[in-house]
Design a protein around this ligand. Sequence first.
Ligand SMILES: [Ca+2]
Ligand SMILES: [Ca+2]
Ligand SMILES: [Ca+2]
Length: 665
Amino acid sequence: MRTRFLLVLCLIPVLAQAAQVFVELQNPPAIAYWHEGRKGVQSLALARSQLAANQQEQEAFLAEVNRRGVRAQEIYRVSRLLNGVALEVPDESLEVLRSMPQVKALRLLRPKKPLLATAGPLVRAPQVWNRAYTGRGVRVGIIDTGVDYLHRDFGGPGSGYSSNDSTKLGDAPFPNAKVVGGWDFAGDNYDAGSDTPSKRTPKPDPDPMDCGGHGTHVAGIVAGFGVTKEGATFPGPFSLATPLADLAVAPGVAPEAQIYALKVFGCSGSTALVAQALEWAADPNGDGNFADHLDIVNLSLGSDWGSNDDPDAEAANNAARAGILVVAAAGNSGDTTFIVSSPAAATAALAVAAAVDSGAVVGAFEVLAPQNLAGSYPASEADFGPDLATLGDRQGLLAQPQPGEELGCEPFSPASAAALAGKIALINRGTCTFKRKVLNAQNAGAIGVLIVRQDDGDPFTMGNDTSITASITIPAQMTVLSVGQRLREYLSQGVQVRLTARYRNQFLYTNRAREDTVASFSSRGPRGDLVLKPDLTAPGESVFSAANGTGREGVSLSGTSMATPVVAGAAALLKQARPELAAWQLKALLMNGADPWLFGREKGQEPYHRVSRVGAGRVNVERSVSTPILLYASESPQAVSLSLGLLEAGQAASGQVKVANLTNR
Ligand SMILES: [Ca+2]
Ligand SMILES: [Ca+2]
Ligand SMILES: [Ca+2]
């Protein structure tokens, strides 16, 4: 039933009536013979011989497919974490494949999308840096759109983009001290969901340069060095004394961890290559010995309604067996039961939900008079009308329309127009589009507009309204409610303001009341079979990190995609602090140390969020580094959490929890 359902979903974007499937073959994956902690000669020899046997089995299978006249397009082969081949085949050939004795199972590849969103201080990373844990020596794989290794945040030169062929090595400084390795499994043109068959076939190359921007932002959150106001790589030191507010781009959560750029996306679209990248992470040098596995992988990607039997989820579970901590995004589909995404849904994966931290990097406007109000205040700009950076600053007296016209959705009355002419109009957000409000103010003779939000949420770029074709010639900015209220108190004294682009991406707006509220987009669990997901929450709204292709700039993005690397970074700090612990123990410590309370509207106020939305709570890496005990479900250590299934009212259930002492006292 479920398979069919997924089939329909998957075929929608593939107009050519072809299916992308993972063909699992009879032999077990090599990981079945690998026992982390007992890496004896025996286990290595067995794993290697299984690897060779699987490769032979695949050759024979593909030859047979060819003999039977199936027009199959190979996508990839894996033999370590899964044993099989990913193929695109015409729908009518699916039955042929299913009937072949070599085939153990046929599962649809569910294309994964990248999931999009200052966060280090909230999870108490600087406190951990202060104890000399900065992620040094820890290896983190970013399975994403690639990484811009030329960017200063990763120690790059900040230039050299145009002379860099993104399919070749040797023409740019990669690998470097930060982005120490990687691979492009996809090629820039790849898109698993494209209507063009040739784009659905990956064209791998050794250069994982980012062209989508998502992976660069994610990698910056995990382990960027940071960028100074002068545009140089921040040289450290990383401690409580790190001047976070004086940097153009703050350091990542684990600023001395190493990054492997595992590119599975083209420049846009979706991917079906996740299992292949996980396989690389389990055995980077490809020698069949898993001892060189990466410590942590970050998967800020997924597909909704995740299950544990998606091939990528199974690969994630087997990557955990190899000793990798798999950190994955819960998804951006909101408060809907069971919608939590795959591969985050994999039992062993650490599924991350998104919350809000107290800070957002935005722009600002200035108040020049009266003196006791003078200063800069948070503001964003508009996506339409003149660009303030080229237009220059716009200065004037602030004025508001007549009572009842504060929204500015209708042409202003003569009395309001008289008040606004030659001034900067103060107008409220709501009811109609931003462009409508600005056009009405322009028609009334205003020289600029300051929009006021209905609350103290982050000011954001005001979107265009393409249904309005009139040319907008005056600049507009948006600020928050509490600032608007202050301005109105002083309006009768004459408030002189300056709209400006000079604070763009530089003004740190803090709002403590929103801290630890859950981001509305964050996907709810549990998994369809009632296993608890997500596992943990981290800040993922308006996270400011490296902007791809800019050399030195940052950009603010939101999503569980941005929360996931906060946890991956926290895990890297913990790994350095507790190198003896296994991946599942790191997962348990991160969950055990979390701050359990997350809020619906305002910090400290009800309603609180349930575990199916936020897991164990918001990560607190300082507590995780310090805690002496480990707590987990004894039947399912890889899951950590204890799930009791569906209970009727009054019905009792029980489960066992193990408490382990991590000290020698
Ligand atoms: Ca490439
Ligand atoms: Ca290159
Ligand atoms: Ca190896």
